[in-house]
Design a protein around this ligand. Structure first.
Ligand code: 8IG
Length: 282
């Protein structure tokens, strides 16, 4: 008996959804969990949330699954975790798929790899994805450590995760229903429009001012392409940003990656608890 070869994301003739299905099958085999319900992509500062959700049933190195590549950035863990969320009031348990291995566009591995995690989550059965990130904030009242719900986005990467004539409606891309659920947990959660730049450099002050004039409140290097890919495969999307720094030119300080990591560490327990509470209600 022969098994068919696993298609490569690098082959233009491959349908990336086929690779996502292969990854979901490998995930089910590695974790023993047939279907997952909700996926979380944990960005800078959000890593602690998985532990609060429930019991980790299995942890799989992303490189064991078709289409995933090793993590490239310090602070981004390269594993997928299956976490059991205990049902309350007689409700059945659910399973969260925690993706600690986001691929950023700036890694130069192509948009297919950026979108592969959420496509795999959908192929694994998920109906919902929570996309988190660390970002810069344009509102001076949002200090480092402020969580902000993403209400909409502006994609300045000049690319799309979708190929061919794939016309997907992005009205209410960041589900107003899920944002309302989040605000049941924390009524004070602010909302903002997330602007994705290609990175990996941070913006100039002029670019941040431009993002503000365009209607943006948050600047970052992730999330929008994943959100588009998620909507395409039918996932309901919740986006939550952690403001880890004032965007360039908003504060007096220059930006440093160390500072970003420190803001994430400091806010970690609080925002992880917030995220875990939200996910239990989704
Ligand atoms: I964390 O200020 C983090 N990521 N583009 N700008 C952009 N990405 C970021 C920033 C920021 N902070």
């Amino acid at each position: 008996m022969t098994t068919p070869p696993i298609p490569s994301l690098d082959d233009p003739a491959t349908d990336p959804l086929d690779v996502a299905r292969a990854a979901a099958e490998a995930l089910a085999a590695a974790t023993g969990v047939e279907r997952h319900d909700v996926a979380l992509v944990l960005g800078s500062g959000w890593g602690g949330a998985a532990d609060l959700l429930g019991e980790t049933v299995a942890e799989v190195p992303s490189t064991d699954l078709p289409g995933f590549t090793a993590a490239a950035v310090v602070g981004h863990a390269g594993t997928l975790r299956s976490v059991r969320i205990a049902g309350t009031d007689g409700a059945p348990d659910r399973h969260a798929l925690v993706l600690g291995s986001r691929t950023h566009l700036y890694e130069g591995r192509g948009v297919r790899r950026v979108a592969h995690g959420v496509r795999t989550a959908a192929a694994a059965g998920c109906r919902t994805v929570v996309l988190t990130n660390g970002c810069g904030g344009l509102d001076p009242s949002w200090g480092p450590g402020t969580p902000v719900l993403v209400s909409d986005h502006i994609n300045l990467t000049a690319t799309s995760p979708l190929e061919g004539a794939t016309f997907v409606d992005l009205t209410d891309l960041y589900s107003s229903r899920l944002r309302a659920v989040a605000r049941e947990i924390d009524p004070g959660l602010p909302e903002g429009v997330y602007v994705q730049f290609p990175g990996p450099h941070y913006e100039t002050p002029a670019e941040v001012a431009m993002a503000g004039r365009l209607g943006g409140h948050l600047v970052g290097m992730s999330t929008t392409l994943e959100a588009i890919a998620a909507r395409h495969v039918g996932l309901e999307v919740l986006g939550i940003s952690l403001v880890t720094n004032l965007a360039a030119g908003i504060g007096d300080e220059p930006l440093s990656h160390a500072e970003v990591l420190e803001a994430g560490r400091a806010a970690g327990p609080r925002i992880s608890d917030l995220l875990a509470q939200i996910v239990r209600r989704l």
